[in-house]
Design a protein around this ligand. Structure first.
Ligand SMILES: Cc1ncc(COP(=O)(O)O)c(C=O)c1O
Length: 387
């Protein structure tokens, strides 16, 4: 085949594979199909009654009603912003991409936890970023370790990170939540070294137990945090709608590089009508109950079929980060599992360089309880095949 003269930044990038319907998927974090909301009545209203708004280009920053709702929503979480600090985007991944466009030159450094969200890494790669990997413990990103790494870089005259990316609440893939103390320390470090914290927070409301910690942005007084929210886990991933909260000047730059004439007003109106009708809270309550049940089924199946493994019980989110005995590689297990019709993601997908290989990530969000039990049973067989 003819080879095209691609830009260097895309040479290493590949499409992730998609699973056929027969595969039991614990792979990507998709919503449980039975839990998706029926928005047919609101879609009719949005496309008909509101057509003068929804069939036009939207305002660049998003619909006023949408942004006003987002201001109120984040205020409940402790983040105080005005509407000029809100940009509506086509999902959290677009927000990450825009932040990279605004802040990174090729070769600039992004600090990430090891491991971290693999789609974010794909985006950083497309911006030709370099990385600083920061360890993670049970309190979240190890901010004292980051401080030591930064002090060392400063001493050696090495480039300092411009962006620090994290998922502080129900971290993907590990499920860990960052402590309030660490959040405070991270903001102080951002102030000191003048980097931006990209706070990607899709799972905050999918909480099964325990008390929420305020977002990192709630601790920030210097405008060093880019807060990223999404309706993907709150309502439905297919809507492709999310938001950014940041200082007004950052919002302006993000809006300018977005350059698509504003996110789809039809989808925004659909969501505005959904939240105004009071349907969001009951929906979140319903899906949280579903995911808690699916998590528990998966944990039970793991105890039964994979007693050689260990995991931290996630208090929210979509994932279990399963630790295998040291000699077993997640890559080998993922391959053996797919031969038995089960998709799991190996640890290697979540490191920008390399890390311990003996983990796999299991999403309990998508599959029914019976499919979860069957999938874990097959994963147990795959494990014994390679062990
Ligand atoms: C950490 C993280 N960020 C963002 C997203 C979702 O992004 P989007 O709103 O683009 O669907 C996910 C979904 O899996 C995620 O795990």
């Amino acid at each position: 085949m003819k080879s095209h003269r691609y830009a260097r930044r895309v040479l290493e990038l590949k499409m992730p594979s998609e699973d056929s319907a027969e595969i039991i998927s614990f792979g990507s974090g998709e919503a449980y199909p039975e839990g998706l909301p029926d928005m047919g009545d609101l879609a009719q209203k949005a496309a008909s009654h509101y057509r003068r708004e929804t069939m036009q280009y939207s305002a660049w920053l998003g619909l006023d009603d949408m942004r006003e709702w987002i201001v109120e929503y984040v205020a409940h979480e402790g983040v105080k912003v005005d509407t000029d600090q809100v940009l509506v985007v086509n999902g959290a991944k677009q927000a990450i991409d825009l932040a990279c466009r605004v802040f990174l030159e090729p070769g600039d450094v992004v600090a990430v936890t090891a491991p971290t969200y693999k789609s974010a890494v794909r985006i950083f790669r497309s911006h030709e970023a370099n990385y600083l990997e920061v360890p993670l413990d049970e309190h979240g990103m190890d901010v004292p370790a980051l401080a030591a790494l930064l002090a060392d870089r400063e001493r050696r005259g090495q480039p300092m990170p411009k962006l620090v990316y994290d998922i502080p609440e129900f971290h993907n893939p590990t499920g860990i939540t960052m402590s309030a103390q660490r959040r405070r320390e991270l903001v102080a470090l951002a102030e000191r070294h003048q980097f931006m914290v990209m706070e990607d927070d899709p799972y905050r409301r999918i909480r099964f137990e325990g008390e929420a910690v305020p977002p990192i942005q709630a601790f920030d007084t210097g405008g060093h945090v880019i807060g990223i929210g999404t309706f993907a886990k709150l309502v439905a991933p297919g809507l492709r709608l999310g938001w950014v909260t940041a200082a007004p000047d950052v919002i302006e730059k993000l809006a300018v590089v977005k350059a698509d004439g504003g996110s789809c007003p039809l989808t925004q109106r659909l969501i505005v009508e959904y939240v105004k009708a009071g349907r969001l809270s009951p929906h979140i309550q319903e899906v949280t109950g579903i995911y808690r049940g699916q998590r528990d089924v998966m944990l039970g199946a793991i105890r039964r079929y994979l007693p050689e493994t260990t995991c931290r019980v996630p208090h929210g989110g979509y994932y279990i980060w399963l630790q295998l005995p040291e000699r077993i590689s997640g890559d080998d297990l993922a391959q053996a599992a797919i031969r038995r019709g089960v998709r799991v993601l190996p640890a290697s997908d979540f490191y920008v360089t390399s890390g311990p290989a003996n983990f796999v990530r299991l999403a309990f969000s998508y599959s029914s309880p019976s499919a979860i039990t069957e999938g874990i049973r097959r994963l147990g067989d795959a494990f014994r095949e390679i062990a």
